[in-house]
Design a protein. Structure first.
Length: 248
């Protein structure tokens, strides 16, 4: 075990002067463990994804695999991304696949993992980074199938959080992410229902019929949501809801 190396990284994270220095320290640790690939990312809903680089804070993936992942819309069935919506603790890739063994998209999931394996992505671990209102991001590491001890997983989990926030600080985005997590007025059950329907693409008229209320009442709820979330319009309401983890 290389526990001391993880502890050393935890100590040195805040001393990194720029992103390149932080990346070099992380890559050195991962190489010692035998992991070739990694990504630290801000949370974004899969349906909004057009390019993996859009929300990457730091990453190293096989270039061709990135293109395949986006072009084949694997984000919609990726077992790791789906597992993120079910758990808050670190997990192993193969455990995410097993958790979806009865899923109707099982065959496509297996094809995706087989294809990933051909690019050296055989197995790995994912470490969620959560805030007060839900998922903020994650660190994912992978390559060959490597067994980590519970202690190593716990230390990698701590490192993931430290690296995530340090990257945001270096990019000048930490305060913005923290502010986005603050919701001054809690949302009511009905407001949450309206947000969920907006996220599904329903119009005011469709939401009114679904909830059996008037169009005027729906618009009243949407106006209230815009005020609480400081959103410019209903599309902005949905975007902020995804960012805050209110919708997954």
């Amino acid at each position: 075990m290389n526990i001391q190396l993880i502890v050393q990284l935890l100590v040195l994270v805040d001393e990194a002067r720029d992103q390149d220095e932080l990346a070099a320290r992380l890559e050195s640790l991962l190489a010692a463990y035998g992991f070739q690939f990694y990504g630290i990312r801000l949370h974004r809903h899969p349906h909004q994804l057009t390019d993996l680089a859009e929300t990457d804070l730091l990453s190293n993936w096989p270039a061709t695999w990135r293109q395949i992942y986006v072009s084949r819309k694997y984000s919609l069935i990726d077992p790791n991304m789906r597992m993120l919506g079910m758990v808050q603790r670190p997990f192993r890739w193969r455990d995410a696949v097993l958790a979806l063994k009865t899923d109707p998209h099982r065959q496509r999931i297996e094809r995706m993992m087989q294809e990933a394996g051909r690019y050296g992505l055989q197995d790995g671990y994912l470490f969620p980074v959560n805030g007060r209102n839900g998922l903020l991001g994650w660190m994912i590491i992978g390559g060959k199938a490597i067994d980590l001890s519970p202690t190593e997983i716990a230390l990698f989990d701590a490192a993931a959080k430290r690296i995530f926030w340090r990257l945001l600080e270096l990019k000048g985005a930490a305060q913005e992410v923290e502010m986005a997590q603050r919701l001054e007025s809690p949302l009511t059950r009905r407001e949450m229902e309206v947000i969920l329907h907006l996220a599904d693409g329903l119009t005011s008229n469709e939401i009114a019929k679904t909830l059996e209320i008037s169009n005027h009442t729906v618009d009243w709820y949407i106006n209230g949501l815009q005020e609480k979330l400081r959103a410019k319009n209903r599309q902005h309401v949905v975007a902020i809801a995804f960012r805050l983890g209110l919708v997954t």
